[in-house]
Ligand binder design. Structure first.
Ligand code: PEP
Ligand code: CO
Length: 456
């Protein structure tokens, strides 16, 4: 095994000597430097012992003893940083995690795509409308969505606004988690209205009731509300895309003698920026956080092995997660060779399925959507393929919202392409709404029950 040479050649800005994809061009370089200096002095959003605790939990998931639920918006926006939306998103994630805990009989590691998911990769650097070309909108951390030259200019002050919004979001999330969502153990507070449309309605009701019973039982014997025992077990993650922002929040922790990115617990490298010789891999190899890489259909065995060697040369458990997003069409062909390639390195990663990004399609009306049945099918295939290969699917990565949007079709209520007009709010990828997200968790739980029955 190769040791990382981070002591000599790596530093938080060493990525700047490598080709960096998907970075904005700032006009005012001095203003960028001022902002980076300010950001480097501000207190961190998370602390290193939380990051270490998450790594241990992810190591358990890698061993098959826990399961990761990672979810949230495709892109958070500054405008959506308000209490109701954050609370609803947290609530759906907590409810899903209870359903999964019940079904999988394993601790669920809860990680939001939250508190920093403000920068987006784009397929083109510019967007052209009526003959006018302007820089693409790259997320609220970079520029603004309106189609004017002013709005689309990369604005370094947004880095500070993003840092502040991330801190406000995580502060609120921490308070809610610490205070407990008291209503979680009353099935009447769960919006289960959609269940009556599902052929599995009896199974769903019995899961919800048995979760309520289990929570009551637990609180009865422990004399403590359940939230007190789940203290601080919610973590934040975002795509570590805009490297100046990530660099500014990178700190050396003398007690640990390691560098950490303290803007989030678990940053990930997006599919478009995972080049082995690129700036993102260079930056990520030097931080000690648990990290993830999105793995798409273009990734071959050599590339996957190169990532394992570059990003986890010591083979530290919980350090490296591969989030495969191959799509329902490709997963059977692409996943087995990837599992085999990682096996050949002699190391393991935590395997997680993102059933969203390989299943995006455009309706005849030109709307970007995803079908619930494809999302579910990809997860089912992922469970099956990993099991058949003696590997373990240790989590799911979902784009969702706690609101009643209509962005993905299908689900028990049978949303159609025509429904997409009604409440389509995402400016980027289509998300599962509250009901669809909860239904997905119920179906994963139900599948686990069925498997156990088969095994009995
Ligand atoms: C995302 O997670 O929103 C995203 C852009 O994913 P990927 O890098 O897998 O395309
Ligand atoms: Co997305």
């Amino acid at each position: 095994m190769r040791s990382p040479d981070t002591s000599t050649s790596w530093h938080p800005a060493s990525w700047q000597s490598k080709p960096a994809q998907q970075q904005p061009r700032y006009e005012d370089v001095a203003a960028v430097e001022r902002v980076i200096t300010q950001l480097s002095r501000l207190p961190p959003i998370v602390v290193s012992w939380e990051v270490e605790a998450l790594r241990e939990r992810l190591a358990a998931a890698q061993r098959g003893q826990a399961f990761l639920l990672q979810g949230g918006d495709c892109a958070e926006t500054f405008a959506d940083c308000e209490s109701d939306q954050i609370a609803k998103k947290l609530k759906i994630l907590l409810q899903m995690s209870l359903v999964l805990l019940h079904g999988l009989k394993k601790p669920i590691v809860r990680v939001g795509r939250m508190a920093g998911q403000y920068a987006k990769p784009r397929s083109a650097d510019t967007e052209t409308r009526h003959g006018l070309s302007l820089p693409s909108y790259r997320g609220d951390l970079v520029n603004r969505p309106e189609f004017t030259a002013e709005a689309r200019a990369a604005d370094p002050s947004l880095l500070l606004r993003g840092y502040e919004r991330a801190a406000l979001t995580l502060n609120f999330v921490r308070a809610l988690v610490d205070g407990g969502f008291a209503d979680l153990h009353h099935p009447e507070y769960w919006d289960l209205g959609f269940v009556k449309h599902s052929p599995l309605k009896d199974a769903f009701r019995s899961i919800a009731e048995s979760i309520a019973d289990a929570l009551d039982f637990f609180e009865g014997i422990s004399g403590r509300p359940v939230h007190e025992t789940t203290h601080a077990s919610f973590y934040a993650s975002h795509e570590g895309l805009l490297l100046l922002y990530e660099q500014a929040q990178t700190r050396f922790i003398p007690r640990q003698k390691r560098w950490y990115n303290l803007s989030t617990h678990m940053p990930w490298i997006g599919m478009r920026t995972a080049q082995l010789d690129g700036a993102h891999v260079e930056y990520f190899r030097g931080i000690s956080n648990p990290i993830a890489v999105k793995v798409g259909s273009a990734m071959d065995a050599g590339w996957a092995q190169g990532l394992v060697t570059a990003l986890n040369p010591q083979g530290e458990p919980g350090r490296l997660t591969f989030i495969h997003r191959l799509g329902v069409k490709d997963i059977e062909k692409r996943l087995p060779p990837l599992i085999e390639a990682v096996r050949q390195t002699g190391q393991t990663v935590l395997w997680v399925c993102d059933p969203m990004h390989g299943n995006t399609e455009t309706t005849t009306g030109g709307i970007k959507t995803r079908r619930f049945e494809n999302i579910l099918k990809e997860i089912e295939l992922a469970f099956r393929i990993h099991a058949e290969m003696g590997s373990y699917l240790g989590g799911v990565h979902i784009e969702l919202t706690g609101e009643d949007v209509t962005e993905c079709t299908g689900g028990a209520r049978g949303l159609t392409d025509a429904d997409l007009q009604r409440a389509y709010r995402s400016s980027v990828d289509p998300r599962l709404n509250y009901e669809q997200a909860l239904e997905l968790a119920l179906l994963i739980a139900e599948r686990a029950h069925a498997q156990r029955r088969l095994g009995d």
